[in-house]
Design a protein around this ligand. Structure first.
Ligand code: FAD
Length: 466
């Protein structure tokens, strides 16, 4: 029997998509990659996922796991060959358990991140992973890419929030590692192997996630900064002043917010023009009075020390949301202006000013007039270092320089002791670049892990490993 018939017998015709029904699953979020597939299948249980994997394996057909398809590295898009089966996890969307005593939630991999946040909030708890794509991305995709976001500074990224996983292996077995233990030193950490593996080792089908108490009060402010050096100094001051209460510290260049106010004229900057801005958020577990008192004291110190020129403190939830909305609109505003070349990098926070100065200068020398849209999670040393074309350069001419720009920026990241991917992963976008910056020993170990867990090479081929 052919594979398509076997898949249809297993899942029912409605869950095996081909032709136009499959098309939305075959192009990535940014419209950068379009692939082809034998079918897109939508299993509804872990057992069905395992059976799908075993069928594909018997027919030697590659498998591409896919969650919300919001990834930015082309990891969930099959190649153009048309042989692969895309396994969409979106029907694995059940809340399996919410344990208040242990502060854990166990959910299936296709649950949308926002649904998990809502379930936690309804139980008086916080699931702190927070990304602009949270209305579409899934728990499985978050874990497979080890997603970050705006609260990593306090709560860590997806890896730190995962206590246990359930995985369908490349052989089609089910590994139940869903225990929500905080401590477990019984040998190799299989959970951590699957997290960040971008679907190349197995399919995550469920996860037990860590919950936190909901904050009692939050304070948010946009701060005007004379330089990136002062942003780093302000971060140190905020860390010592707020301790674990500091839950957000974002930086944005003037050019980043300028494009937002041009693209979306209803969004207003509450401060005058300045080279850099920081968005600070503090979450307090005591009271609103305690939060505000401490917040104002630290901001006052920053103003006195010349680390801040001015600050707009949100006086209401609506004002706080408006400040975050400015930050979260930068990517959309950039798209409004046209295509740009994105880098999702990290360097040690203390080296960010030197990295930005050196890389800006190298780019200007290579492409005079190029525009730098630089913003990101300074607290994690993670910058979105995006590059837009000079106004006088035609977009196609600019895009022809893409590889040169990647190389220049990534070489500079490497020279500053950083990583070429801090959030979005490698996927198919940065596969070639990985070969350049990972050591031969690291690459060899990665290949041996892949060989051990997926000996037939059927899990998401052509992704991550060069
Ligand atoms: P997909 O896009 O479906 O898949 C991503 C990768 O994971 C692919 O390699 C896929 O094969 C694999 N995969 C998916 N599900 C599984 C599974 N169950 N088992 C095994 N492998 C699987 N990322 C950040 O880290 N921080 C951000 O702040 C951030 N902001 C974003 C904002 C926007 C507007 C957008 C569009 C994206 C953003 N991203 C961000 C990137 C993206 O949202 C995240 O990487 C997200 O975690 C991907 O989840 P997904 O379900 O959409 O995964």
């Amino acid at each position: 029997m052919d594979l398509l018939t076997e898949l249809t017998n297993l899942l029912g015709a409605g869950q095996v998509l081909t032709g136009p029904d499959a098309a939305p699953f075959l192009t990535d979020w940014r419209g950068r990659y379009t692939g082809a597939a034998l079918a897109v299948v939508r299993p509804g249980t872990t057992d069905e996922v395992a059976r799908v994997v075993r069928l594909c394996r018997r027919h030697a057909v590659p498998i591409v796991p896919q969650g919300g398809n919001t990834g930015l590295a082309g990891g969930a898009t099959p190649d153009a060959g048309g042989r692969a089966v895309v396994v969409s996890t979106r029907r694995l969307d059940r809340l399996r358990a919410l344990d208040i005593d242990d502060d854990t939630i166990t959910v299936e991999a296709g649950c949308v991140l926002q649904a998990v946040q809502d379930w936690a909030r309804e139980a008086g708890r916080l699931y702190p992973l927070s990304l602009a794509s949270e209305g579409s991305c899934t728990v499985g995709g978050n874990l497979a890419t080890n997603a970050g976001g705006t609260q990593v500074l306090r709560y860590g990224n997806a890896r730190e929030l995962a206590l246990g996983l359930e995985v369908v292996t490349a052989q089609g077995e089910i590994w139940d590692g869903l225990r929500g233990l905080r401590k477990d030193n019984t040998g190799y950490d299989l959970r951590d192997l699957y997290i960040g593996s971008e679907g190349t080792l197995g399919i995550i089908t469920a996860a037990t996630l860590r919950l936190y108490p909901l904050p009692v009060a939050q304070c948010t402010a946009l701060v005007a900064l004379p330089s990136l050096e002062t942003a780093v100094a302000l971060l140190a001051l905020a860390r010592s002043g707020f301790g674990a209460a500091l839950t957000g510290f974002e930086v944005m260049s003037h050019a980043s917010l300028d494009v937002v106010t041009r693209a979306f004229p209803d969004q207003k900057l509450p401060l005058g023009p300045t080279p850099w801005y920081a968005l600070l958020e503090v979450s307090d577990s005591e009271s609103a009075e305690h939060a505000q008192e401490r917040f104002h004291a630290v901001l006052q110190r920053a103003l006195e020390q010349g680390l801040a020129q001015d600050a707009a403190v949100a006086a209401s939830l609506a004002q706080s949301r408006a400040l975050w909305h400015l930050r979260e609109s930068i990517s959309a505003a950039q798209s409004w202006e046209g295509k740009n070349i994105k880098h999702d990098i990290s360097v040690p926070a203390s080296r960010i000013p030197a990295f930005v100065a050196a890389t800006d200068a190298l780019l200007q020398a290579a492409i005079p007039g190029v525009r730098h849209i630089t913003f990101g999670h300074l607290g994690d040393g993670n910058l979105h270092y995006n590059v837009s074309r000079p106004p006088a350069m035609a977009e196609p001419d600019f895009l022809l320089r893409q590889d040169e720009i990647y190389r220049l920026v990534h070489d500079s990241v490497h020279a500053h002791g950083g990583s070429i991917s801090a959030e979005h992963g490698i996927g198919q976008l940065k596969r070639g670049e990985l070969a350049r910056y990972k050591s031969a020993v690291a690459l060899d170990l990665m290949r041996r892990i892949k060989q051990a867990l997926d000996p037939d090479g059927l899990m998401n081929p052509g992704k991550v490993l060069p």
